[in-house]
Design a protein around this ligand. Sequence first.
Ligand SMILES: C[S@@+](CC[C@H](N)C(=O)[O-])C[C@H]1O[C@@H](n2cnc3c(N)ncnc32)[C@H](O)[C@@H]1O
Length: 246
Amino acid sequence: MAAGGDTIALVHSSMDSSNKTLLKSEALYKYVLDTSVLPHEPECMRDLRLVTDKHAWGFMQSSPDEAQLLRMLIKLIGARNTLEVGVFTGYSLLATAMALPDDGKVIAFDINRDYYNIGRPFIERAGVAGKVDFREGPALENLDALLADEANLGAFDFAFVDADKPNYVRYHEQLLRLVHVGGIIVYDNTLWCGTVAMPPETPMSDLDKRFSAAIRDLNVRLSADDRVEVCQLAIADGVTICRRLV
Ligand SMILES: C[S@@+](CC[C@H](N)C(=O)[O-])C[C@H]1O[C@@H](n2cnc3c(N)ncnc32)[C@H](O)[C@@H]1O
């Protein structure tokens, strides 16, 4: 019974397969964070997140529920060797390193070491610096360097991509050779603030137009790609999980 005695009957009755989504309010998102996410966020991750929130580019940081998802996926598949494209101050990197076993490794790429240096003390404080191999520079070139060594082909269990959206389709080709069959590649921002479903004439910045088009192209390609099994999640800015099949 609802307050006032009215019965809330059949709350799902106005739903069909086109609108069965739950996150319709900030209050509901806060509820999810407060109930299931933030109580389990390790202190060093929380401290880094709050420091990064104050950074001028803090909006680039992955969200706590997304980081929780990454940690869960890494543990579920028992990942040992992982890759990250786009580190910023290291929130998702710290989440990854903490989820890996003691002998796990994450090779992480970013063009900007200064950002990484903000997060590095938190990674050290968490006792996981030994698992982190940060490499400064463009990810495409760095991934090509890994591909040049045959020992790296199929050597990785998991990859997280969160940089340089127009090149996602190129990262996909590289990562499909580096991540083994059964391994997982996770792409961030795959709904680009909902713009992927907006009419083409919707006013938006040139950058958003370009990135949204790149993400739409990616989503179509991933969906048609027989080499992967795809799962699109509507958390954070859209997260797509790809499991390599062949
Ligand atoms: C969205 S942020 C990453 C956020 C990070 N995953 C987190 O949880 O805080 C994107 C990062 O990608 C980096 N970046 C941009 N272009 C890149 C490129 N071509 N190669 C590698 N890193 C790049 C930027 O410097 C930035 O730090």
